[in-house]
Ligand binder design. Structure first.
Ligand SMILES: O=C(CO)[C@H](O)[C@H](O)COP(=O)(O)O
Length: 133
């Protein structure tokens, strides 16, 4: 569902009786999401143009993740697009705690180990942040 400024997060939450997430495309600034960040459960930072898998990870989206993590320490922050063993550390260190990964798993002979690697990278970064506080 596309959330416009005419909608209210609480109305969406009530209607669907669910958690609420808000996604931003690469061309959308994080400042556009910021006014909603205290009302939502999850912010999704797209690291490819939405539409299809197999695209190249956009590292220049990481400052959005870092900024959100610094401003909203307990917000769930998800990244989607080109996330796999080669890019997960950038996402995790920037502050993402939820990820979407498609091609990296499909292309692997051992998707379980890729999932474990992705989870470990995120968990270690979360632990490091909590120790640094
Ligand atoms: O649907 C997508 C974009 O709209 C996702 O990027 C996709 O599902 C994840 O795939 P990949 O890891 O190959 O980028």
């Amino acid at each position: 569902m596309r959330l416009s400024y005419n909608n209210r997060v609480s109305s969406v939450r009530g209607f669907f009786r669910s958690a609420v997430g808000l996604a931003i495309k690469p061309g959308t600034t994080v400042e556009e999401l910021a006014p909603w960040a205290n009302q939502i459960d999850m912010a999704l930072v797209m690291t490819v143009e939405p539409g299809f898998g197999g695209q190249k990870f956009m590292e220049d989206m990481m400052p959005k993740v870092s900024w959100l993590r610094s401003q909203f320490p307990s917000l769930d922050i998800e990244v989607d697009g080109g996330v796999g063993p080669d890019t997960i550390h950038k996402c995790a260190e920037a502050g993402a705690n939820m990820i979407v990964s498609g091609s990296a798993l499909i292309a692997s002979d051992d998707p379980r180990s890729v999932i474990a690697l992705l989870r470990t990278a995120v968990a270690e970064a979360i632990q490091k942040r909590s120790l640094d506080r």
